[in-house]
Design a protein around this ligand. Structure first.
Ligand code: HEM
Length: 466
């Protein structure tokens, strides 16, 4: 169907679209030519964010590039992002990178497909409803309070490490109940270990690597064993003695429409998935937010002013959050500039048309919040930290999928409300008392792994606000 027609069927006359889609003029989209075979893979591994940004700038909204034995496609237009994540989602499944994480996560929500995914998503959706998760607010604030008792004025700390410990404590408390904080720490270390090893397997010829007796392979197996043992034990304990509202007890108590519970194995996979998906993403989001605030004292002052007015000297609660609109904008803007999930990949299940180009089955398509969020067509002066981009008026002009830090469609992040509530409560609890400034030796650089981490940590000086 021609582009104009497609836009009309979505109820949007083409001429009113501020950013018209490209129309495919050739059978294959443009893309980088490889003078040396494998050069695209090498340049991607050296500098993933730079490679993707350059490709989109040089070749347009649909770029085709070689990835080992096959082609991949980078899409950088809100309508195309929407097609992949929402309107044509049935033509896709998760990409190779996510398939690889099955070695750790099993068939949890993040990695499962088709009917199993749909069944699990329906079962778990109520657990992540805004009203259900509001009950975790107090625990989140308490975790942030505990952390600050260890901080001293004037000292320098790695805020990335601090935020990782904090979100790990929060997910440990909310998922497994309060008495396992120490264990959550150990689990977190094993999981990080496992995911780091896995990262190396996300190369085009990963299958062959796994059969070799490499140290990475051995480390991956041993981390997986450690994780399995701990989570299986926690599941057995909770089954014997259910808690009142921890997510693990809720997972165990949930029933599908036929009244069937999950098997222990399914509960294990879901618990592991929430544990992984639920802490590192929020930790990096907070770390980048502290860095951005430190770089713009006027924005920081405005945030503090709002907090002083709404929260004052007491501890923040989940009910306060809707009265903190500026903090909401600060967070949204931080997720624009530093989207923790910087790449979303899909494998094409059946031949599909995107942007006027035929995309054959079995290819991989990529959409990247990092690239699209920093595109000057959608965000003026895209590198500027400007929370006021998120006033209702400013937002009204922008197509929805110019901004997708939580993905979209049936695979949209189930933990979005949890993450936003957590991030805001932790920000509020900490910003009541502290300001941070980058250490003079700190060099800030991004390290795009499974999430977007700061490459050299984020060493900041702790300054008291009082
Ligand atoms: C700032 C924090 C977070 C960000 C930026 C984020 C981002 C994302 C994105 C982009 C996806 C979709 C991936 C895809 O389509 O391939 C996703 C999926 C998911 N996220 Fe999050 N996430 C965050 C926090 C959380 C939290 C706190 C939890 C759990 C407590 C969580 C649990 C999940 C799960 C289970 C999925 C898979 C959903 C499905 O496929 O049905 N996330 N997340």
């Amino acid at each position: 169907m021609p582009v104009e027609r497609r836009l009309e069927t979505q109820g949007i006359p083409k001429q009113s679209r501020p950013y018209p889609l490209p129309v495919g003029l050739a059978a294959v989209p443009p893309g980088p030519r490889e003078r040396i075979p494998g050069s695209t893979v090498i340049s991607f591994y050296r500098d993933p964010l730079g490679s993707l940004t350059r490709m989109a700038a040089e070749h347009g909204d649909v770029t085709r590039f070689r990835w080992g034995p096959r082609y991949e496609y980078l899409l950088n237009h809100p309508d195309l992002v929407e097609q992949v994540l929402v309107t044509k989602q049935r033509s896709f499944m998760k990409g190779q990178a996510l398939q690889e994480t099955k070695r750790i996560l099993g068939e949890g929500l993040l990695t499962s497909e088709g009917d199993l995914h749909l069944r699990q998503r329906r079962l778990m959706q109520p657990l992540f409803h805004r009203r259900t998760i509001a009950a975790y607010g107090e625990e989140m604030v308490a975790c942030a309070e505990r952390l600050q008792t260890r901080w001293r004025k004037g000292e320098t700390r790695d805020l990335h490490a601090e935020m990782s410990g904090l979100t790990l404590a929060v997910i440990g408390q909310t998922l497994f109940a309060s008495d396992v904080e120490g264990e959550a720490g150990e689990l977190g270390a094993a999981l990080t270990d496992a995911m780091n090893s896995l990262q190396r397997f996300m190369l085009p010829f990963y299958g062959a690597l796994e059969r070799l007796p490499l140290p990475t392979v051995r480390r991956l197996r041993s981390s997986r064993r450690r994780l399995d043992e701990t989570i299986s034990r926690l599941v057995a304990e909770r089954r014997a003695q259910p808690g009142e509202r921890d997510l693990l007890s809720l997972l165990l108590a949930s029933r599908d429409e036929h009244g069937r519970p999950m098997t222990d194995e399914q509960v294990r996979d879901e618990a592991m998935t929430i544990f992984l998906a639920g802490h590192e993403t929020t930790a990096v989001a907070l770390t980048w937010t502290w860095m951005l605030l430190a770089g713009d004292p006027a924005i920081e002052r405005r945030l503090h002013g709002e907090l002083d007015e709404v929260v004052g000297d007491r501890l923040p609660t989940a009910d306060d959050l809707e009265r903190l609109p500026y903090m909401e904008r600060v967070l949204r803007e931080s997720l624009r500039l530093y989207p923790p999930a910087w790449l979303i990949g899909r494998r094409v299940l059946m031949d599909v048309e995107l942007g006027g180009y035929p995309i054959p089955a079995d290819s991989i398509v990529i959409v990247s919040p990092w690239v699209t969020h920093r595109d000057a067509r959608f965000f003026a002066e895209p590198l500027r930290f400007d929370p006021d981009r998120w006033t209702a008026d400013a937002e009204a002009d922008r197509p929805t999928f110019t901004y997708f830090p939580f993905g979209g469609g049936i695979r949209r992040c189930i933990g979005e409300s949890f993450a936003l509530m957590e991030a805001k409560l932790l920000l509020a609890t900490i910003a009541r008392r502290w300001r941070f400034r980058l250490d003079s030796d700190q060099h800030v650089d991004v390290l795009p792994r499974i999430t977007l981490r700061p490459r050299h940590g984020m060493y900041m000086r702790l300054l008291s606000r009082s």
